[in-house]
Design a protein around this ligand. Structure first.
Ligand code: NFS
Ligand code: SF4
Length: 677
């Protein structure tokens, strides 16, 4: 793949040129070196679940059609998918648990960094869960709440409390199918048990198991993570910030936080403003301490503190290649082990912090909630010390950055639409009922080198808003759209259809709303519940004119997210197919039979514009079912093919400053992370 085909983002293309000139391998080169990728794996028909195997099914029907134990392609495919779902659900939920731990510490006065910053949310949740509030301090209430929520992870009896938030129809569906989630940990453990050799072997039963496990993530682990993060780190409010590699600064100490858990990144934000540390940085000749984020931890501190974002998933190596990063601080999830290789070419130090995750070659400074601030300061000092080691000849910071507005939550949407004194989803529902707004779409998820970086996100989101579909976003998808300027009120003028444009202008909001990190996909669930409760556009989630998508997904977390949306009644289309195509039966269950079970299905569509059209068609069908009028301002679909869509969305050129000098300087001394053929 030519370098210019790898991304549609100007800053990334500029850094890819540096990589090319310095002969440094990136994720794209390693992706190419893996070609052709294993077809058995892609189809989901290899099994390593016991050690009579590994086994694989011949997809052409000539060789073996069962594994050594007798498992068919249907069993193997469904079982693998359940395993993937369990891992994704575990990742979100373990993250959620950490946050509740931090809440418990804050409430018990046992942390030097955490306190309750979202008292409104605290009281709201205490009321919901029936925790006594009269004559009690916030800390006392928070302590009870933390205990109650921790028990949701280990719950042995009954069902997850948050399932009561779902509309009745969804609760009935889950009960009828035996997919009501119980304790979060229990669902993950049970799922793993079921995939052991010789346990659960019926494809449909396995898939319903995946739905149940995913629901424990969406309505459990992730939802708890979001609620408690808002309580502990503060409830997001709309704010302005900036995004892309251009947020790195040539004259300041640059610290990148990469990973997922706000327990770490939030304290780093506070510590980076410490006057003593700022003075130390000044003494080393730096004009300040510049913090920026990568991946979802970036979304967490953007949403609450307006900290700029350096990039999304596929930019983690490119950010290091700027040569201007003193420390990259990582915790868990989506961190390439390859990042430590860049320490060979640049002065950057990679610091791992989680007791759960180590990286060969990284400096490990373990982070514990009790001493959060102390650890944060230690790491920042390390960055300050390292500033002197930066080699200006190897620095290439792309000038590219873009403005964005973030900080939308379920409650914020209440307020911006209904006004502070009468917060309500009425105006949103009215907009949909009249057809000024066609519907709402969640576009979320990762980057994946199988697609030009960011290209599918941009093509899909532009097509949706052009057709008057309001888009809500999380994760790396939100970062992609931020870089393309779609998260600004001005984007409504340039890209939104007439109806959506009118609404955005009236309330001054962007046509694309950034609602947070991937665990914050739970905000999309709760926003949909609010739409149902407000009335007029369907009395259950599966009736709403809404749809979801992850056009460049790559992680097991994305599988869990997609699965809990579908099981909650929301149609989900994803870019590459799930690894299930080795079983026609499993494909049929996910893309057809699930409609009967949950009122929604999965769909696979690699062309982002065609995928957007499937979402719009789905929304229109739901509108018709509800007896709503057709969209007020219908526009013809953009007649684009996949290739054309990619080309049309190449909104940027590789131009900009020449990468040559820095590339040569790096190349002269570095042959580090290179793949030898
Ligand atoms: Ni989500 Fe966030 Fe990005 Fe994908 Fe990874 S950072 S939790 S998994 S790659 S969107
Ligand atoms: Fe093979 Fe069955 Fe073992 Fe899988 S569980 S490796 S199909 S024998």
């Amino acid at each position: 793949m030519a370098v210019r085909e790898r991304s549609v983002d100007a800053a990334s293309l500029q850094m890819l040129k540096v990589a090319e000139e310095a002969d440094i391998a990136t994720v794209w080169d390693r992706f190419e070196s893996q070609q052709p990728q294993c077809g058995f794996g892609r189809l989901g028909i290899c099994c390593r679940n016991c050690f009579m195997g590994p086994c694989r099914i011949d997809p052409f029907g000539e060789g073996a059609q069962v594994g050594i134990c007798g498992a068919t392609a249907d069993t193997i495919v469904a079982r693998n998918l359940l395993k993937n779902t369990a891992v994704g659900a575990a990742a979100h939920s373990d993250h959620g648990r950490e946050i509740v731990h931090a809440l418990r510490m804050a409430a018990g006065g046992k942390s030097d960094a955490y306190k309750i910053r979202g008292p409104v949310k605290l009281h709201k949740l205490a009321e919901e869960y029936g925790i006594a509030r009269h004559d009690r301090s916030d800390d006392e209430i928070a302590k009870d709440l933390a205990e109650l929520l921790l028990a949701e992870f280990g719950r042995q009896e009954g069902v997850l409390l948050n399932t009561a938030r779902a509309p009745e129809q969804q609760q009935r569906n889950w009960a009828a199918l035996g997919t009501v989630p119980r304790g979060v940990d229990r669902e993950v453990v049970t799922a793993m048990h079921r995939t052991h050799v010789g346990v659960d072997n019926e494809a449909e039963h396995l898939l319903l198991g995946a739905a149940r496990t995913a629901l424990a993530d969406g309505w459990g682990g992730s939802m708890i993570a979001t609620d408690v993060s808002d309580m502990l780190f503060g409830e997001p409010k709309p704010l302005r910030s900036r995004v892309n590699l251009g947020v790195l600064k040539e004259d300041e100490v640059n610290i990148l936080v990469h990973g997922h858990e706000p327990t770490l990144s939030d304290v780093i934000v506070a510590a980076s403003q410490d006057p003593e540390l700022l003075a130390e940085a000044a003494a080393k000749g730096a004009k300040g301490i510049n913090l920026a984020g990568i991946c979802c931890t970036a979304n967490e501190i953007l949403m609450r503190h307006g900290v700029p974002i350096a990039g999304n998933f596929l930019q983690q190596e490119l950010a290091l290649m700027t040569g201007a990063v003193e420390v990259m601080l990582v915790d868990v999830q989506c961190v390439f082990p390859a990042v430590t290789e860049f320490q060979k070419c640049f002065h950057t130090k990679v610091v791992s912090t989680s007791p759960k995750a180590r990286f060969p070659g990284a400096t490990h400074i373990e982070f514990h909630e009790e001493h959060a601030m102390e650890t944060a300061k230690k790491i920042i000092r390390m960055a300050i010390e390292n500033f002197a080691n930066r080699d200006p000849a190897r620095v290439t910071i792309p000038a590219t950055q873009e403005k964005l507005v973030a900080g939308f939550t379920t409650d914020v949407v209440h307020e911006i639409l209904g006004g502070k004194y009468r917060p309500s989803y009425r105006p949103l529902n009215d907009g949909i009922q009249t057809g000024r707004l066609r519907g709402v779409a969640g576009v979320v998820g990762c980057n994946n080198p199988k697609f030009p970086h960011d290209g599918s996100h941009l093509a899909m989101v532009k097509e949706l808003i052009r057709n008057d579909v309001l888009v809500v976003q999380t994760g790396c998808s939100a970062i992609a759209c931020g870089k393309a300027g779609l998260l600004t009120p001005e984007a409504a003028e340039a890209h939104a259809g007439k109806g959506l444009g009118e609404i955005c202008r009236a309330v001054g909001m962007p046509p694309v709303l950034h609602v947070g990190s991937c665990v914050d996909n739970s905000r999309i669930l709760t926003a949909c519940v609010e739409m149902v409760n407000e009335g007029g556009i369907g009395d259950s989630l599966d009736k709403l004119p809404v749809a979801g998508a992850a056009p460049e997904w790559m992680s097991e977390k994305a599988i869990s997210i997609g699965m809990y949306f579908v099981a909650s009644g929301i149609f989900v289309v994803i870019g590459q197919a799930l690894p299930v195509e080795g079983s026609a039966a499993v494909v049929e269950m996910l893309t057809q039979t699930f409609e009967k079970h949950f009122g929604a299905t999965w769909a696979f569509e690699p062309d982002p514009v065609k995928a957007a059209h499937r979402m719009i068609d789905h929304i229109d069908r739901k509108r018709a079912d509800l007896g709503l009028p057709p969209p007020m301002y219908e526009v013809p679909y953009a007649p684009k093919t996949n290739g054309a869509a990619r080309a049309a969305n190449r909104t940027v050129s590789t131009g900009g400053q020449p990468a040559g000098e820095a590339g040569a300087a790096v190349a002269a001394s570095c042959r580090g992370p290179r793949i030898e053929d």
